[in-house]
Design a protein. Sequence first.
Length: 620
Amino acid sequence: MQPQISFKLDEARQLLIHKTEGNQTLLAQGNALIESLAHLEVDTATQIAGLLLPAVESGRLDYASITHTLGSTITKLLQGIERLGILRHYHSGIKSPTQTEKLRKMLLAIVEDPRVVLIGLADHLYRLRSAKNAAEITRQILGQETLDIFAPLANRLGIWQLKWELEDLALYYLEPKVYKKLAKALNERRADREQYIAQIKEQLRNALARENIYGEINGRPKHLYSIWKKMQAKNLDFHQLFDVHAFRIIVEDVNTCYAALSVVHTLWQPISKEFNDYIIHPKPNGYRSLHTAVIDSKGKPMEVQIRSFQMHQESELGIAAHWRYKEGTTLDKGFEQRIAWLRAFLDQKGGNSANHDIIEQFKSKAFHNRIYVLTPRGQVIDLPEGATPLDFAYAIHTQVGHRCRGAKVDGVITTLTQPLTSGQQVEILTTREANPSRDWLNARLGYLHTSIARAKIQRWFKQQDYSLHITRGRALLEREQQRVGLAEIDFKPLLKRFHHHHSDNLLAALGCGDISANQLHAAMREQLPKTSISTLPAPSIHPVPIPPVEPAIQILGVNNLLSRLARCCNPISADKIIGYLTHGGGITIHRYNCSNITKLPVERQNRLVEITWHNQVTKK
């Protein structure tokens, strides 16, 4: 197996040398990426992609040559990294923590192979290492990208050594004075600190073994960024920190946790105020562990965490995942599933069959219920899978949706029914006036996928119908006022009688037929002086036609019939309509495609009459 791996890498190097005419800078950059990837124990294809990446990004090596010489797998990995360039393009305009988290999720959503994420991390680390002499603005941008995107991903994947270096370099670029001050305060070289960690671990292991306690012991010197974050969060000076060096003991069960705690407190002097029992009193997210701080024989403070293997599993991958409570993020099953696959990929190491199964699983199962798309300004919009450009428009703002008349996806005009995918940039084309189409609400046409967008459109149409009903109701009220001979209308008794709180609501109820003409007539009579009621003519038995109210109804071939809008479909002037002759002699106006009309029994279809809006007849 090894000779074949060596041969593949040699073949890739020969291609690189040939296409770049032996460019030593590009070769050195590629070798640096291989070195970082080798620490992650990735497969050969991933290392080759890392080797060729600088030459591809510089334009000295094309995909066709790579595919011809090395196969399509390497090309697809490099194309996946190219898609990650979206992050660098849009990140600088994003300030909100919520938007940054969506950008991280988009990174995993647009990637079809877990190896692409690892190459992206290694590439970013190389950029950081190489930027020490770059312009200050470049260092600032790289540092912020690191803290917002790449270090959190390395943290979630459990690649601690990579995370620590990323964060420390970011601190060096963003807060150079703080970095130098902390480095001086530590007053130890990293090698000395790591040697100290090894000695303490050995001392702990021997002390626990004497009590027949066995398990895993991990230790590390806290890196500068972590120390700075702790100082910021707790408003402490450096000398007030007790966890510059941190250790973790993982044992079999709960009882053994407390036995190990006793050994630690016997071995070194405990700092009482720094003890927390998260086993008896777990954190809100379910995290369990014992935390204590002690002073060693040389007077150095250090933190010790003690937990069982089950607690450790929960804190790393379960409901109490360490990165989640450290970052304060909420549960997202799709995102966490991808993190779990990536961790499993790293745990499998080389190119065995299980490793390839994870790659295929990762490719076939994206965020099964969420997509992440971008506005032209770089805002990340989180939508359910299957969402369309019209859903996107309403997610940006209700008025953008109402005024939507088209969309561009990645610069190309597309239909409003086209489902979107993660990583796309969407631009909404709008008109000046809001004018949603009723077709958008037709599920069979596929304009909408989200219930939120659908509800916004329904509210718009309801408001439009409401305005029409108010206009119609006011005309009915004025007609009845003249008929009854009432000089002035007092709305208070009318509102009380018909149980409405506002005059517009009363008029709308009158206009849509919720309040009948006879009910209104009776209510208006009550406002007349008692002496004049006896002289008032009785209401006509036959309905009195409503005077023209725009938009009024023109019933072809028939006049003087009372008409009302059907409540089942609430037609408006833009709709094609049809009338239904009721038993009372009036006409109920329906939309032409109203389900109550299309499903009308044959024996009642002779009651249908052809009608149009008055303004449409006038135009003819």
